[in-house]
Ligand binder design. Structure first.
Ligand code: AR6
Length: 177
């Protein structure tokens, strides 16, 4: 895990590669509203966690866009998985509100479960088509705002980047800030 330059007075970390390999308290999954698995990072997390994850997900009755639900991590190094559902990109104003909700609600849940390290994939930027630069702005500003509001809570936040390009986008957004 590498550190970004500071962003709005907060330390943020990034990792390039597969999120499922990370040794953190919690992984965030970019799921769909059924919470019953899919492709992309969702598929990778379910494969690495094993069948127990799907079994627990079946008990959750799905999840609304912008909301988040938590399960155990099963065969992952992470003890927990927070499943959040990003918006399918439409170009309307509600996209950013919903995407911001994913990050905020995931962090609120992390705090309730006493989670002190958490890795986020670039939610909605794959199958759901959210432009990576726009999504990075929403992700980083929401996280910084949450950290401002939760200054008394110690949490290490890792932006999981599947490729160098995603890391470059985050760095660009940070440098423009
Ligand atoms: N580790 C880290 N990042 C990853 C990994 C991985 N193993 N695999 C993909 N990414 P996506 P979405 C990146 O499509 O757009 C699923 O089918 C990827 O490069 O996984 O929110 C769900 O079930 C991209 O930047 O999620 C939903 O139906 C980012 O993760 C739908 O896709 C998100 O890409 C959700 O679409």
């Amino acid at each position: 895990m590498l550190e970004f330059e500071e962003y709005n007075g907060h330390k943020l970390y990034y990792d390039i590669g597969d999120i499922t390999k990370l040794d953190v308290d919690c992984l965030v999954n970019a799921a769909n509203s059924s919470l019953l698995g899919g492709g992309g990072v969702d598929g990778a997390i379910h494969r690495a966690a094993g069948r127990g994850l799907l079994k627990e997900c079946r008990t959750l009755n799905g999840c609304k866009t912008g909301q988040a639900k938590i399960t155990k991590g099963y065969n992952l190094k992470a003890h927990y998985v927070i499943h959040t559902v990003g918006p399918v990109y439409s170009g309307s104003k509600s996209d950013s509100e919903k995407l911001s909700g994913c990050y905020k609600n995931s962090l609120d849940l992390a705090r309730v479960y006493d989670i002190h390290s958490i890795a986020f994939p670039a939610i909605s930027t794959g199958v759901y088509g959210y432009p990576k630069d726009k999504a990075a702005k929403v992700a980083l500003s929401t996280i910084a705002h949450w950290l401002d509001e939760n200054e008394d809570y110690d949490i290490k936040i890792i932006m999981s980047c599947f490729d160098e390009y995603t890391a470059k986008i985050y760095k660009m957004v940070i440098s423009e800030n």
